[in-house]
Design a protein around this ligand. Structure first.
Ligand SMILES: [Zn+2]
Length: 385
């Protein structure tokens, strides 16, 4: 039987480095010796003091790290634990020589081994740079892509992710920073025509609304990029804002949406809980929100917008469940909204794309061939521009 050709349309480069590769980087660079305390401190939240354990017994340390690093659904929402894993990757990006090229190569090779032939890699070009300038961002993208392009028969595209949490505070936008972001992003897009940049995204906690980012996001249209933002991830000030963000993104011409769980989760569970501003979700409020969800699901269907569903990430980061059969992906399917299965952060969640597709077929009875076909239909390189 011919191996399946899979496409991952939502994979963050830094979240895609798996435990095995992280271990190798720490081991090969001897960081467990030269930076022992730092490695122990960063890995402690995962339940291991990695440098100390490597010093005692390499193989036991490797085995334990491989089982402790992945963030599997465990019944709680694990947003903070997930973020702590990014501290380790950021540290390695800073410490390991030629880290971007190495990591680009490692993640691309791993995906290729897992029968993935096309990836839209998400990357924030301006994060962890000294001055958040276009020049620094471009250099970073080039280094990552240099690593990726070494992997044969894997079509790597780049989607630029803007970190929403850096352009607002206490749910209010920082207009000067947003203006600067637009300027630098535009310079980067003008200079980066040699790179396969195909999309624009907005990630992280919704300290600001999608409407606040209209300036930078409008660059997508001006530069022929697809707008594929993370929206409605239940991390804005309240569910009303989450749903408004989904609506705004569609209004801005988004082609696909990342997660957008707020548009289709059952709302009963919110009754009597409080939003991030301390206001209670009353029965009356939930009733209104349900009507809004209904309007939004119709809007998604009418506009043919696909939702990037990342089952393991959704369970661990958004839904806090342990039983995949409770993932509400079937609601999207019933309402005629296309689903594309994606990994989000393969390294952090420890679940490759084929397993994420398996989850949707096994627990939600979605058709495997349909999911694979959707990943092709809704790839950015298939959109007519
Ligand atoms: Zn994501």
């Amino acid at each position: 039987m011919k191996p399946e050709r899979l496409r991952d349309l939502h994979a963050h480069i830094t979240g895609s480095i798996d435990a095995d590769a992280l271990f190798e980087l720490i081991f090969d660079e001897k960081l467990y010796r030269s930076d022992k305390d730092k490695i122990d401190t960063i890995t402690k939240p995962f339940g291991i003091r990695l440098a100390s354990e490597i010093t005692r017994n390499v193989e036991t340390a490797r085995m334990r790290f491989n089982s402790l690093y992945p963030c599997r659904p465990n019944g709680k929402t694990e947003f903070d634990s997930i973020m702590k894993r990014f501290i380790l990757t950021s540290y390695l990006l800073e410490k390991v020589p030629d880290s971007e090229e190495k990591i680009g190569y490692i993640v691309a090779s791993r995906f290729k081994q897992q029968n993935v032939n096309y990836v839209e890699w998400r990357i924030n070009p301006l994060s962890a740079t000294l001055h958040q300038t276009a020049e620094e961002g471009l250099e970073k993208l080039c280094h990552f892509y240099d690593g990726m392009r070494k992997v044969a028969n894997l079509d790597s595209k780049l989607v630029l992710s803007i970190a929403k949490n850096q352009y607002g505070k206490n749910w209010r936008p920082l207009p000067e920073k947003i203006k600067y972001l637009k300027l630098e992003l535009e310079k980067l897009l003008k200079a980066g025509t040699g790179l396969p940049i195909v999309g624009l995204d907005a990630v992280n906690k919704d300290e600001i609304t999608i409407a606040d980012l209209q300036g930078p996001l409008s660059l997508a249209e001006n530069y022929g990029l697809a707008l594929v933002p993370h929206v409605g991830e239940l991390c804005s000030k309240n569910l009303e804002t989450d749903l408004e963000n989904v609506e705004t993104a569609v209004g801005f011409g988004a082609k696909r949406l990342g997660h957008a769980v707020s548009a289709y989760i059952p709302l009963k569970r919110l009754l009597g809980t409080y939003d991030n501003t301390g206001k209670e979700y009353t029965a009356q409020r939930i009733q209104k929100l349900k009507l809004k969800q209904d309007t939004i699901l119709n809007l998604l269907k009418e506009n043919g917008i696909a939702i990037e569903v990342c089952p393991t990430s959704n369970m661990a980061a958004h839904l806090g469940g342990i039983d995949y059969s409770l993932h509400p992906a079937d609601i999207l399917h019933k309402r005629g909204i296309p689903i594309v299965a994606c990994t989000d952060d393969y390294g952090i969640f420890g679940s490759p794309l084929s397993s994420e597709i398996d989850i949707l077929t096994k627990y939600k009875h979605l058709d495997r061939a349909m999911l694979i076909k959707n990943s092709k239909t809704y790839s950015i390189n298939q959109f007519k521009r």
